[in-house]
Design a protein around this ligand. Structure first.
Ligand code: C5P
Length: 242
């Protein structure tokens, strides 16, 4: 990894999901990438396995890091976790909107008071949940309405945006305005394998639907030539000025 401490100056809309279990595997990909081309997402697996130092190293190497730890706890604990994450120099982090208004406000306050002031977003309803799953935890509301309600609560709490499916992006964009940040996983270039994702959207369509950032994992991480794949995605989106 280039450790030259250069700040990222790009505004790349692609966030590559570093879904690996160890530093060596993650670095094998990172060393082929450039902070000017993409941002990186570090999730629970990699963070739990390798710890905060690696996140700091990625940030120091110039990458914008989305720390995807989806905090969900009492307001004081979440605020402190967000402050600690901010101190790692991350570009973006997230909490669960179902932690409630007070929890999200405490998280936003902690982030706003930090030196780095990362972008704070919320997860509304996990895409692994369906209507029956919601009912099991006592929520009778229709799933799409529940997503919208939680996104509105997120906006009310002062957070920058939400994680959502690119299929939900048009209605969230319409309801929550042009400045609300919509971060969309489940992205597949038209020639890519679906893997275990079922409701996928191409990068071009996700951007047309109003996505602010695209989270892309396996189409890039499992590619024989990740850089070439990333460049091909940019080429597809050239007309949209990605
Ligand atoms: O490999 P793939 O492109 O499917 O990876 C997508 C990334 O986005 C993974 O890190 C996955 O955990 C995450 N994610 C998702 N769906 C959500 C939220 C996060 O696929 N609803």
């Amino acid at each position: 990894m280039n450790m030259s401490n250069k700040p990222y100056s790009n505004d790349s809309k692609i966030i590559v999901a570093l879904d690996y279990a160890d530093v060596e595997s993650a670095l094998q990909l990172v060393n082929q990438l450039d902070p000017a081309l993409c941002r990186l997402k570090v999730g629970k697996e990699l963070f739990t396995a390798v710890g905060p130092q690696f996140v700091e190293d990625l940030s120091h190497a110039g990458f914008g890091v989305f720390l995807d730890l989806k905090f969900h706890d009492i307001p004081n604990t979440v605020a402190k976790a967000c402050a600690a994450a901010s101190n790692l120099g991350v570009w973006m982090l997230n909490v669960h909107a179902s932690g409630g208004l007070e929890m999200m406000q405490a998280a936003q306050q902690a982030v706003s008071h930090s030196h780095e002031k990362p972008i704070l977003i919320a997860v509304t309803v996990l895409t692994s949940m369906n209507q029956a799953g919601l009912k099991q935890i006592g929520i009778q509301t229709e799933l799409a309405t529940h997503v919208l309600n939680l996104a509105k609560l997120t906006q009310q709490a002062g957070l920058a945006g939400v994680v959502c499916s690119a299929l939900e992006a048009p209605s969230l964009r319409q309801q929550l305005g042009k400045d609300f940040c919509l971060v969309t996983p489940g992205i597949r270039p038209s020639n890519a394998s679906l893997d275990d994702q079922s409701r996928v959207v191409t990068p071009v369509d996700a951007l047309k639907n109003g996505a602010s950032y695209l989270v892309i994992g396996r189409p890039i991480t499992q590619s024989a030539d990740p850089l070439k794949t990333l460049e091909a995605i940019y080429a597809d989106c050239a007309d949209l000025k990605l």
